[in-house]
Ligand binder design. Structure first.
Ligand SMILES: C[S@@+](CC[C@H](N)C(=O)[O-])C[C@H]1O[C@@H](n2cnc3c(N)ncnc32)[C@H](O)[C@@H]1O
Length: 282
């Protein structure tokens, strides 16, 4: 695990996962290169925007779930460009005193989030850090993390649709374990992970093509299967219903997503809870 955070420079000619995802969700390009890339993706997988909305809806349900469990402080790593239903909007709707620290590697995501938090006048309870999941101690030691998060109380950790951008050589399991070990007992983690492993056979070649195209971005993708995804949650107790496709994680309305929807089977999701000593004794 590297210790020193190396900031990433923005190259407007090279699309980034943050900006492409923002285009899927909003149709608003940041740079032309992002729109060109996303439109090419729509030609290959026309439901890429639906996939993104399913993922974003999982994030929304994960924050609501954690807040309902009493979580009042969140560390959202790989938070992306702000759009509707940001973590702090959801958490603050349940308790305006909720605290949120956002982290992203993409400068456009960091700058826009900071502008939004300043415009909403919520910088006393929220912050955004330029940081990298691959240097977790930098995030944990950051003055804004220490100012806003109380490590003696449970924390909601969100790493939603970020791990595909962490290749195996960067040891994603160790990164999560490092964060887990420093979280207080009773904390939660929400993960989602794009995957081709259980996608319908008839779209596999399209997904492979899309995956290859992502090699041209600043964030190439690693697909992981259900077992590899589940292993990332080692040391956490899985909350019901366990590891499922993102739209199936406690959907707002049963049957809201068509089981035949090709976007449904391409994203694993789960929430885990760090056990307390009382849990272990029972
Ligand atoms: C697909 S977006 C997901 C955004 C948000 N979490 C969501 O689910 O709606 C992936 C985000 O992860 C960020 N990211 C990728 N690798 C990262 C890393 N190593 N550390 C921090 N952020 C990272 C990207 O910049 C991008 O904003």
């Amino acid at each position: 695990m590297t210790e020193e955070f190396v900031p990433r420079e923005t190259d407007p000619r090279v699309p980034s996962s943050a900006r492409i995802y923002h285009y899927y969700l909003t149709s608003e390009p940041v740079f032309d290169s992002d729109a060109v890339f996303a439109e090419r993706m729509f030609e290959i997988v026309p439901w890429a925007d639906e996939w993104a909305h399913h993922n974003r809806n999982f994030l929304r349900r994960a924050v609501s779930f954690m807040a309902e469990q009493g979580i009042r402080q969140f560390l959202d790593i790989g938070s992306g460009l702000p759009t509707g239903g940001n973590t702090h909007d959801i958490a603050r709707a349940i308790d305006p005193k909720s605290r949120v620290v956002y982290v992203d590697l993409d400068l456009e995501a960091v700058d826009r989030a900071h502008d939004l938090l300043a415009a909403q006048d919520v910088l006393d309870t929220t912050a955004v850090i330029e940081g990298d999941l691959r240097t977790p101690q930098h995030l944990l030691d950051h003055p804004d993390t220490r100012r806003l998060l109380d490590f003696s109380e449970p924390i909601g950790l969100l790493i939603v649709s970020v791990l595909p951008f962490v290749p195996d050589e960067d040891r994603p399991g160790e990164l999560i374990a490092h964060l887990r070990d420093q979280l207080p007992s009773g904390s939660y983690v929400a993960l989602s992970h794009a995957s081709m492993a259980e996608a319908p056979a008839e779209i596999l070649d399209k997904l492979q093509e899309a995956n290859t195209l992502y090699q041209q971005t600043s964030d190439p993708i690693t697909s992981r299967n259900r077992e590899e995804f589940t292993r990332l949650l080692d040391g956490f107790e899985l909350v019901e219903p366990g590891v499922v496709f993102a739209p199936d994680w406690r959907p707002d309305e049963k049957g809201a997503v068509d089981p035949q929807d090709p976007a449904r089977r391409c994203n694993f999701a789960a929430i885990g809870r760090k056990p307390t000593t009382a849990d272990q004794g029972s």
